[in-house]
Design a binder for this molecule. Structure first.
Ligand code: NAP
Length: 319
Protein backbone atom coordinates (compact mmCIF):
# COMPACT_ATOMS: atom_id res chain seq x y z
CA UNK A 1 0.00 0.00 0.00
CA UNK A 2 0.94 3.69 -0.14
CA UNK A 3 1.43 5.53 3.13
CA UNK A 4 3.12 8.53 4.72
CA UNK A 5 6.19 7.43 6.66
CA UNK A 6 8.31 9.48 9.07
CA UNK A 7 11.87 8.12 9.33
CA UNK A 8 13.42 11.16 11.04
CA UNK A 9 11.61 13.88 12.98
CA UNK A 10 11.55 17.44 11.66
CA UNK A 11 9.57 19.85 9.47
CA UNK A 12 6.70 18.94 7.12
CA UNK A 13 9.25 17.68 4.55
CA UNK A 14 9.88 14.53 6.64
CA UNK A 15 6.34 13.32 5.77
CA UNK A 16 7.34 10.94 2.97
CA UNK A 17 4.76 9.39 0.65
CA UNK A 18 6.03 5.90 -0.12
CA UNK A 19 5.31 2.18 -0.50
CA UNK A 20 4.77 0.51 2.86
CA UNK A 21 3.91 -3.09 3.79
CA UNK A 22 0.21 -3.75 4.38
CA UNK A 23 -0.44 -3.91 8.13
CA UNK A 24 -0.90 -7.38 9.62
CA UNK A 25 -4.24 -8.25 11.23
CA UNK A 26 -3.85 -9.99 14.60
CA UNK A 27 -6.63 -11.50 16.75
CA UNK A 28 -8.95 -8.79 18.04
CA UNK A 29 -7.98 -6.41 15.22
CA UNK A 30 -9.69 -5.14 12.09
CA UNK A 31 -8.22 -4.09 8.72
CA UNK A 32 -9.83 -0.97 7.27
CA UNK A 33 -9.64 0.58 3.80
CA UNK A 34 -9.14 4.20 4.80
CA UNK A 35 -11.63 6.61 3.17
CA UNK A 36 -10.23 9.67 4.94
CA UNK A 37 -7.63 10.32 7.62
CA UNK A 38 -8.07 13.22 10.03
CA UNK A 39 -5.19 15.66 10.51
CA UNK A 40 -4.75 16.80 14.11
CA UNK A 41 -2.28 19.11 15.80
CA UNK A 42 -0.89 16.13 17.71
CA UNK A 43 0.37 14.77 14.35
CA UNK A 44 2.56 17.90 14.14
CA UNK A 45 3.96 17.25 17.64
CA UNK A 46 4.68 13.62 16.67
CA UNK A 47 6.34 14.69 13.41
CA UNK A 48 8.52 17.26 15.23
CA UNK A 49 9.45 14.79 17.97
CA UNK A 50 7.89 16.99 20.66
CA UNK A 51 5.83 13.95 21.70
CA UNK A 52 8.39 11.26 20.78
CA UNK A 53 7.40 8.06 18.93
CA UNK A 54 9.78 5.29 17.91
CA UNK A 55 10.97 5.67 14.31
CA UNK A 56 9.97 4.97 11.61
CA UNK A 57 6.23 5.48 12.01
CA UNK A 58 3.09 6.11 9.98
CA UNK A 59 1.51 9.24 11.49
CA UNK A 60 -2.19 9.88 12.05
CA UNK A 61 -4.43 9.17 15.02
CA UNK A 62 -7.83 9.21 13.37
CA UNK A 63 -9.71 7.98 10.33
CA UNK A 64 -12.76 6.34 8.88
CA UNK A 65 -13.35 3.77 6.16
CA UNK A 66 -14.68 0.36 5.25
CA UNK A 67 -13.84 -2.89 7.03
CA UNK A 68 -11.75 -5.04 4.65
CA UNK A 69 -10.94 -7.98 6.96
CA UNK A 70 -11.46 -9.01 10.57
CA UNK A 71 -9.06 -10.94 12.80
CA UNK A 72 -9.96 -13.88 15.03
CA UNK A 73 -12.23 -13.15 18.00
CA UNK A 74 -13.81 -10.07 16.40
CA UNK A 75 -17.57 -10.25 16.64
CA UNK A 76 -19.00 -6.74 16.59
CA UNK A 77 -18.02 -5.65 13.08
CA UNK A 78 -18.10 -7.34 9.68
CA UNK A 79 -16.48 -6.83 6.29
CA UNK A 80 -18.16 -3.90 4.54
CA UNK A 81 -19.13 -1.98 7.69
CA UNK A 82 -18.31 1.75 7.86
CA UNK A 83 -16.19 2.47 10.91
CA UNK A 84 -14.17 5.26 12.49
CA UNK A 85 -11.48 5.50 15.16
CA UNK A 86 -9.40 7.93 17.19
CA UNK A 87 -6.16 7.61 19.14
CA UNK A 88 -4.95 4.64 17.12
CA UNK A 89 -1.67 5.22 15.25
CA UNK A 90 -1.14 4.74 11.51
CA UNK A 91 -4.02 6.63 9.88
CA UNK A 92 -2.01 8.36 7.10
CA UNK A 93 -2.21 5.29 4.85
CA UNK A 94 -4.40 3.45 2.37
CA UNK A 95 -5.05 0.75 4.97
CA UNK A 96 -4.96 0.74 8.75
CA UNK A 97 -5.27 -1.89 11.45
CA UNK A 98 -7.41 -0.93 14.42
CA UNK A 99 -8.15 -2.92 17.61
CA UNK A 100 -11.86 -3.83 17.54
CA UNK A 101 -12.15 -2.38 21.06
CA UNK A 102 -11.33 1.09 19.66
CA UNK A 103 -13.58 0.91 16.57
CA UNK A 104 -16.77 2.92 16.32
CA UNK A 105 -19.53 1.94 13.95
CA UNK A 106 -20.56 4.96 11.86
CA UNK A 107 -24.35 5.33 11.79
CA UNK A 108 -26.27 5.64 8.53
CA UNK A 109 -26.60 9.25 7.49
CA UNK A 110 -23.04 10.11 8.55
CA UNK A 111 -20.62 10.04 5.59
CA UNK A 112 -17.19 8.42 6.14
CA UNK A 113 -15.43 11.75 5.53
CA UNK A 114 -17.63 13.43 8.13
CA UNK A 115 -16.86 10.64 10.59
CA UNK A 116 -13.12 11.00 9.98
CA UNK A 117 -13.49 14.74 10.57
CA UNK A 118 -15.41 14.57 13.83
CA UNK A 119 -14.22 11.56 15.77
CA UNK A 120 -11.05 12.66 17.60
CA UNK A 121 -11.98 16.32 18.00
CA UNK A 122 -15.63 15.49 18.71
CA UNK A 123 -14.71 13.05 21.49
CA UNK A 124 -12.34 15.69 22.88
CA UNK A 125 -14.91 18.49 22.76
CA UNK A 126 -17.38 16.12 24.45
CA UNK A 127 -15.16 15.27 27.40
CA UNK A 128 -14.05 18.90 27.85
CA UNK A 129 -17.65 20.16 28.02
CA UNK A 130 -19.24 17.21 29.85
CA UNK A 131 -16.52 15.89 32.17
CA UNK A 132 -13.47 18.15 32.58
CA UNK A 133 -15.86 21.01 33.27
CA UNK A 134 -19.54 20.13 33.07
CA UNK A 135 -21.06 23.22 31.43
CA UNK A 136 -24.36 24.35 32.93
CA UNK A 137 -26.96 26.61 31.27
CA UNK A 138 -25.97 30.26 31.63
CA UNK A 139 -22.25 29.59 32.16
CA UNK A 140 -19.79 31.96 30.50
CA UNK A 141 -17.24 30.00 28.46
CA UNK A 142 -14.09 31.19 26.66
CA UNK A 143 -12.97 29.16 23.62
CA UNK A 144 -9.63 30.03 22.03
CA UNK A 145 -9.02 29.46 18.31
CA UNK A 146 -12.79 29.27 17.97
CA UNK A 147 -12.71 28.69 14.20
CA UNK A 148 -10.26 25.78 14.41
CA UNK A 149 -11.12 22.10 14.31
CA UNK A 150 -11.54 21.92 18.07
CA UNK A 151 -12.89 25.44 18.38
CA UNK A 152 -15.92 25.06 16.08
CA UNK A 153 -16.97 21.85 17.84
CA UNK A 154 -16.41 23.24 21.35
CA UNK A 155 -18.42 26.34 20.47
CA UNK A 156 -21.38 24.35 19.14
CA UNK A 157 -21.42 21.84 22.01
CA UNK A 158 -21.10 24.58 24.63
CA UNK A 159 -24.13 26.25 23.00
CA UNK A 160 -26.03 22.93 23.07
CA UNK A 161 -25.39 22.94 26.84
CA UNK A 162 -26.77 26.46 27.19
CA UNK A 163 -23.58 28.48 27.68
CA UNK A 164 -22.73 31.97 26.55
CA UNK A 165 -19.65 31.47 24.35
CA UNK A 166 -16.88 34.01 23.90
CA UNK A 167 -14.41 33.00 21.19
CA UNK A 168 -11.00 34.27 20.14
CA UNK A 169 -9.77 34.18 16.51
CA UNK A 170 -7.08 35.86 14.40
CA UNK A 171 -9.00 37.00 11.28
CA UNK A 172 -12.34 38.36 10.06
CA UNK A 173 -13.00 35.17 8.07
CA UNK A 174 -12.50 33.10 11.23
CA UNK A 175 -14.75 35.45 13.18
CA UNK A 176 -17.57 34.81 10.68
CA UNK A 177 -17.16 31.05 11.06
CA UNK A 178 -17.10 31.24 14.87
CA UNK A 179 -20.30 33.29 14.85
CA UNK A 180 -21.97 30.83 12.47
CA UNK A 181 -21.08 28.08 14.96
CA UNK A 182 -22.97 30.03 17.62
CA UNK A 183 -20.33 32.12 19.40
CA UNK A 184 -22.08 35.03 21.13
CA UNK A 185 -19.00 37.26 21.24
CA UNK A 186 -15.83 36.98 19.15
CA UNK A 187 -12.57 38.70 20.14
CA UNK A 188 -9.06 39.08 18.75
CA UNK A 189 -6.24 37.86 21.00
CA UNK A 190 -4.75 41.25 21.84
CA UNK A 191 -6.16 42.37 25.20
CA UNK A 192 -8.70 39.54 25.28
CA UNK A 193 -8.65 39.18 29.10
CA UNK A 194 -9.76 42.80 29.59
CA UNK A 195 -12.46 42.38 26.95
CA UNK A 196 -13.70 39.19 28.65
CA UNK A 197 -13.92 41.03 31.98
CA UNK A 198 -15.85 43.88 30.32
CA UNK A 199 -18.31 41.37 28.90
CA UNK A 200 -18.76 39.21 32.00
CA UNK A 201 -17.98 41.38 35.03
CA UNK A 202 -16.26 38.75 37.15
CA UNK A 203 -14.83 36.52 34.40
CA UNK A 204 -15.75 33.22 32.74
CA UNK A 205 -16.53 29.91 34.44
CA UNK A 206 -14.16 27.96 32.19
CA UNK A 207 -11.48 28.60 29.55
CA UNK A 208 -10.80 25.99 26.89
CA UNK A 209 -7.24 26.80 25.84
CA UNK A 210 -5.59 24.75 23.10
CA UNK A 211 -3.27 27.59 22.07
CA UNK A 212 -0.96 27.39 25.10
CA UNK A 213 2.06 29.68 25.48
CA UNK A 214 0.58 32.74 23.75
CA UNK A 215 -2.74 32.76 25.64
CA UNK A 216 -2.08 31.05 28.98
CA UNK A 217 -1.60 34.12 31.22
CA UNK A 218 -4.54 35.93 29.66
CA UNK A 219 -6.66 32.82 30.10
CA UNK A 220 -5.98 32.76 33.86
CA UNK A 221 -6.80 36.48 34.00
CA UNK A 222 -10.13 35.81 32.23
CA UNK A 223 -11.43 33.42 34.91
CA UNK A 224 -13.81 34.21 37.74
CA UNK A 225 -12.85 33.02 41.24
CA UNK A 226 -12.86 29.21 41.38
CA UNK A 227 -12.96 29.08 37.58
CA UNK A 228 -11.50 26.19 35.58
CA UNK A 229 -8.53 26.53 33.26
CA UNK A 230 -8.64 23.59 30.84
CA UNK A 231 -5.28 23.75 29.05
CA UNK A 232 -5.85 21.04 26.46
CA UNK A 233 -3.17 21.91 23.87
CA UNK A 234 -0.28 24.12 22.86
CA UNK A 235 -0.62 25.16 19.23
CA UNK A 236 1.56 28.25 19.90
CA UNK A 237 4.12 26.37 22.02
CA UNK A 238 4.43 24.84 25.49
CA UNK A 239 3.49 26.76 28.63
CA UNK A 240 6.48 27.43 30.93
CA UNK A 241 6.53 26.00 34.48
CA UNK A 242 4.09 27.66 36.87
CA UNK A 243 4.14 28.58 40.57
CA UNK A 244 0.88 27.12 42.00
CA UNK A 245 0.58 30.22 44.19
CA UNK A 246 -0.58 32.06 41.03
CA UNK A 247 -3.79 30.01 41.19
CA UNK A 248 -4.45 31.26 44.73
CA UNK A 249 -3.71 34.88 43.85
CA UNK A 250 -6.11 34.76 40.92
CA UNK A 251 -9.00 33.49 43.08
CA UNK A 252 -8.58 29.80 43.93
CA UNK A 253 -8.52 28.71 40.30
CA UNK A 254 -8.46 25.12 39.04
CA UNK A 255 -5.88 24.15 36.41
CA UNK A 256 -6.03 20.89 34.47
CA UNK A 257 -4.05 19.57 31.50
CA UNK A 258 -6.40 16.90 30.17
CA UNK A 259 -5.86 14.43 27.33
CA UNK A 260 -8.32 12.24 25.47
CA UNK A 261 -6.93 8.86 26.57
CA UNK A 262 -7.99 9.32 30.19
CA UNK A 263 -11.54 10.19 29.10
CA UNK A 264 -12.15 7.22 26.77
CA UNK A 265 -10.35 4.68 28.93
CA UNK A 266 -13.31 2.29 29.01
CA UNK A 267 -15.42 1.03 26.13
CA UNK A 268 -18.54 2.38 27.87
CA UNK A 269 -17.12 5.89 28.08
CA UNK A 270 -15.92 5.80 24.46
CA UNK A 271 -19.34 4.52 23.31
CA UNK A 272 -21.23 7.19 25.32
CA UNK A 273 -19.25 10.07 23.87
CA UNK A 274 -19.29 8.67 20.30
CA UNK A 275 -23.02 8.03 20.40
CA UNK A 276 -23.69 11.63 21.45
CA UNK A 277 -21.38 13.03 18.78
CA UNK A 278 -22.58 10.86 15.88
CA UNK A 279 -26.19 11.34 17.04
CA UNK A 280 -25.87 15.14 16.96
CA UNK A 281 -24.21 14.98 13.53
CA UNK A 282 -26.91 12.66 12.13
CA UNK A 283 -29.67 14.93 13.46
CA UNK A 284 -28.01 18.10 12.16
CA UNK A 285 -27.45 19.60 15.62
CA UNK A 286 -23.66 19.47 15.19
CA UNK A 287 -22.19 20.74 11.91
CA UNK A 288 -18.82 19.49 10.74
CA UNK A 289 -16.85 22.06 8.77
CA UNK A 290 -14.21 20.45 6.55
CA UNK A 291 -12.13 23.32 5.17
CA UNK A 292 -9.35 21.42 3.44
CA UNK A 293 -9.07 18.01 1.78
CA UNK A 294 -5.62 17.02 0.49
CA UNK A 295 -4.54 13.90 -1.38
CA UNK A 296 -2.62 11.64 1.04
CA UNK A 297 0.56 12.34 -0.98
CA UNK A 298 0.28 16.02 0.04
CA UNK A 299 0.36 15.47 3.81
CA UNK A 300 3.31 17.87 4.07
CA UNK A 301 1.24 20.70 2.57
CA UNK A 302 -1.59 19.91 5.01
CA UNK A 303 0.81 20.26 7.96
CA UNK A 304 2.26 23.50 6.59
CA UNK A 305 -1.19 25.02 6.26
CA UNK A 306 -2.32 23.86 9.72
CA UNK A 307 0.80 25.22 11.41
CA UNK A 308 0.60 28.52 9.49
CA UNK A 309 -2.98 29.07 10.76
CA UNK A 310 -4.31 28.94 7.18
CA UNK A 311 -6.97 26.29 7.93
CA UNK A 312 -10.35 26.48 9.61
CA UNK A 313 -12.40 23.60 10.96
CA UNK A 314 -11.16 20.17 9.91
CA UNK A 315 -8.32 19.10 7.64
CA UNK A 316 -8.51 15.68 5.94
CA UNK A 317 -6.15 13.51 3.90
CA UNK A 318 -7.76 11.38 1.20
CA UNK A 319 -5.81 8.22 0.21
N1 NAP B 1 -5.87 17.31 24.97
C1 NAP B 1 -6.59 16.69 24.06
O1 NAP B 1 -7.26 15.69 24.35
C2 NAP B 1 -6.59 17.23 22.65
C3 NAP B 1 -7.30 16.56 21.63
C4 NAP B 1 -7.37 17.17 20.38
C5 NAP B 1 -6.72 18.38 20.12
N2 NAP B 1 -6.00 18.94 21.14
C6 NAP B 1 -5.31 20.24 20.94
O2 NAP B 1 -6.24 21.18 20.47
C7 NAP B 1 -5.56 22.22 19.80
C8 NAP B 1 -6.27 22.52 18.51
O3 NAP B 1 -6.10 21.40 17.65
P1 NAP B 1 -6.77 21.37 16.20
O4 NAP B 1 -6.26 20.14 15.55
O5 NAP B 1 -8.23 21.60 16.32
O6 NAP B 1 -6.08 22.63 15.49
P2 NAP B 1 -6.78 23.97 15.02
O7 NAP B 1 -7.40 24.65 16.19
O8 NAP B 1 -7.63 23.71 13.84
O9 NAP B 1 -5.52 24.80 14.53
C9 NAP B 1 -4.77 25.52 15.45
C10 NAP B 1 -5.31 26.96 15.60
O10 NAP B 1 -4.70 27.52 16.75
C11 NAP B 1 -4.62 28.91 16.58
N3 NAP B 1 -3.28 29.38 16.89
C12 NAP B 1 -2.98 30.39 17.75
N4 NAP B 1 -1.68 30.58 17.80
C13 NAP B 1 -1.11 29.70 16.95
C14 NAP B 1 0.24 29.45 16.58
N5 NAP B 1 1.26 30.16 17.08
N6 NAP B 1 0.47 28.48 15.67
C15 NAP B 1 -0.53 27.76 15.17
N7 NAP B 1 -1.83 27.95 15.49
C16 NAP B 1 -2.10 28.93 16.38
C17 NAP B 1 -4.95 29.21 15.10
O11 NAP B 1 -6.25 29.80 15.05
P3 NAP B 1 -6.30 31.43 15.01
O12 NAP B 1 -5.62 31.81 13.75
O13 NAP B 1 -7.73 31.78 15.08
O14 NAP B 1 -5.54 31.86 16.23
C18 NAP B 1 -4.95 27.85 14.45
O15 NAP B 1 -5.83 27.77 13.36
C19 NAP B 1 -4.12 21.74 19.64
O16 NAP B 1 -3.32 22.33 20.63
C20 NAP B 1 -4.23 20.25 19.87
O17 NAP B 1 -3.06 19.66 20.34
C21 NAP B 1 -5.93 18.39 22.37
Amino acid sequence: MRAIVVSATGGPEVLTYTDHPDPEVNPGEVLVDVAAAGVNFIDVYHRMGRYPLSLPFVPGEEGAGTVAAVGEDVQDVAVGDTVAWAQVPGGYAERAVVPASRLLRVPEGVAPETAAAVTLQGLTAHYLTHSTYEIKPGDDVLVHAAAGGMGLLLTQIAKLRGARVIGTVSTDEKETLARQAGADEVLRYRGFADAVRDLTGSGVHVVYDGVGAATFDGSLASLRPRGMMALYGQASGPVPPLDPQVLAQRGSLFLTRPSLGAYIATRDELAWRASDIFGWVASGRLKVHISHRYPLAEAARAHEDLEARRTTGKVLLIP
